[in-house]
Design a protein around this ligand. Structure first.
Ligand code: GLU
Length: 418
């Protein structure tokens, strides 16, 4: 294994790769490669046993030229300042590629949620929300779920903010429970855009999605929903994994049954209807038509990319390929559909949720899914137009060419005030 890539440097490399095809001033580019501000906090929180613990936390506001900062909050022991900076930058270009009126932000707490009770997690979350209060708001910065956070955490943030502000402001966070102003279709949205991106890509590349074999690395919300929706359009999910390992059956697994097994037992391994158990690395190098990395950054580095045997990779996770892996897969003619398109369904339906919150007028699930499909297919077409017209080496560069130009235009048209 090569040395672990720094995700913030990966982001900067991706921006540079796209900028080479555009006419962007160096000083503007420099600005768009760094966050506008990063808040670093030490939260002191009471534990159930009466002790008090310190938790490091971050919120990076990367760029607000196209609208309020937008992006999730992650709870994970490996959260770091550079990871949060990278994730916030990816949000900028993700919102731009699907053309929704947001900038990008991201937050994280260095914590292993499995080690804490719900009461402790509530105190940690409310403490973070109290500190974030001056920076966030419906028109400023709008958090959302990310790894290990969901409706519960978003409701705590909303409630803390609203109580401290003596107001109602459901649009201060997205990804809330339906009862608190959440949107139909939000929970499934990331997996849905992954499926839509795979479907469009197979069509574009003249490949059949029906009967295509699929391996999914990571079986949380994004991976499991993508697997189920791909099954619905006729694909064969043959392998899935989580941090415990992978299960494989060349005749196909039942995506829903594996999800239920994981819900009941905590992991996918041990699922009795699978023919074989594999390591995560074996799953990533299976001979399948479609590989979906749906876990964390740097799942595939340059060395592993040499052994990837899938024809198409669709990134449900943020940053699962290192820049070296990208180079290897481009060289080997493996098509990679980038995270900033494939998992953009999450933030797109967050945008729909926010629109509904602002209007106090709520949509049906059918309307949400139809609008999401329109956004993703239009973004896909814009990306492939750029890929062809600029003769670009891969779809990631195409996505960044489209997105970077939109951010540069917004900054320049705003008048360039530093
Ligand atoms: N955390 C998700 C992402 O990485 C969703 C962000 C949002 O909805 O604002 O795209």
């Amino acid at each position: 294994m090569s040395e672990e890539a720094n995700p913030f440097e990966s982001l900067q490399e991706q921006i540079d790769d796209a900028a080479a095809y555009l006419d962007v001033d160096d000083d503007i580019l420099e600005r768009l490669k760094h966050p506008e501000r990063v808040l670093e906090l030490n939260l002191s929180v009471d534990m159930d046993d009466g002790s008090r613990r310190r938790f490091e936390a971050f919120r990076s506001q990367f760029n607000g030229d196209r609208g309020p900062y937008k992006g999730g909050i992650r709870y994970h022991p490996n959260v770091s300042r550079d990871e949060v900076k990278a994730l916030s930058g990816w949000m900028v270009y993700k919102c731009a590629v699907v053309d929704i009126p947001y900038g990008g932000g991201k937050g994280g707490i260095v914590i292993d949620p499995k080690e804490h009770s719900a009461a402790e997690l509530e105190r940690v979350t409310r403490s973070f929300a109290k500190e974030l209060r001056p920076l966030i708001g419906e028109d400023r910065d709008i958090p959302a779920p990310d790894v290990n956070t969901g409706q519960r955490e978003m409701n705590w943030i909303k409630d803390t903010y609203e109580k401290l502000e003596h107001t109602t402001a459901p649009g201060v966070v997205t990804g809330k429970a339906i009862s608190s102003g959440g949107s139909e279709g939000r929970v499934e949205a990331t997996g849905r855009s992954t499926m839509l991106t795979a479907r469009e890509a197979f069509d574009y590349l003249d490949k059949e999605i029906e009967g295509a074999t699929v391996a999914v690395q990571g079986y949380g919300n994004a991976g499991s929903v993508a697997a189920r929706l791909l099954e619905d359009i006729g694909a064969d999910v043959v392998a899935v994994s989580d941090s415990s390992g992978a299960v494989y059956d060349e005749s196909g697994l039942d995506a829903v049954a594996v999800k239920e097994f994981k819900r009941d037992t905590g992991s996918v391994t041990g699922y009795e209807d699978a023919a074989e158990e594999l390591s995560n690395e074996e799953l990533l190098t299976l001979d399948v038509d479609l590989l979906i990395p749906a876990a964390l950054e740097n799942a595939i580095d340059g060395d592993l990319a040499e052994d990837v045997r899938a024809d198409v990779v669709v990134e449900a996770a943020n940053g699962p390929l290192t820049p070296d892996a990208d180079d290897v897969l481009t060289e080997r003619d493996v098509y990679v559909l980038p995270d900033i398109l494939a998992n953009a369904g999450g933030v797109t339906v967050s945008y729909f949720e926010w629109v509904q919150n602002r209007q106090r007028f709520y949509w049906t699930e059918e309307r949400v899914n139809d609008e999401l499909e329109r956004v993703i297919t239009e973004a896909f077409d814009t990306l492939t137009d750029a890929y062809e017209s600029h003769d670009l080496p891969n779809f990631r560069t195409a996505a960044y060419v489209v997105a970077l130009q939109r951010v540069v235009d917004a900054y320049t048209d705003n008048g360039n005030w530093p």
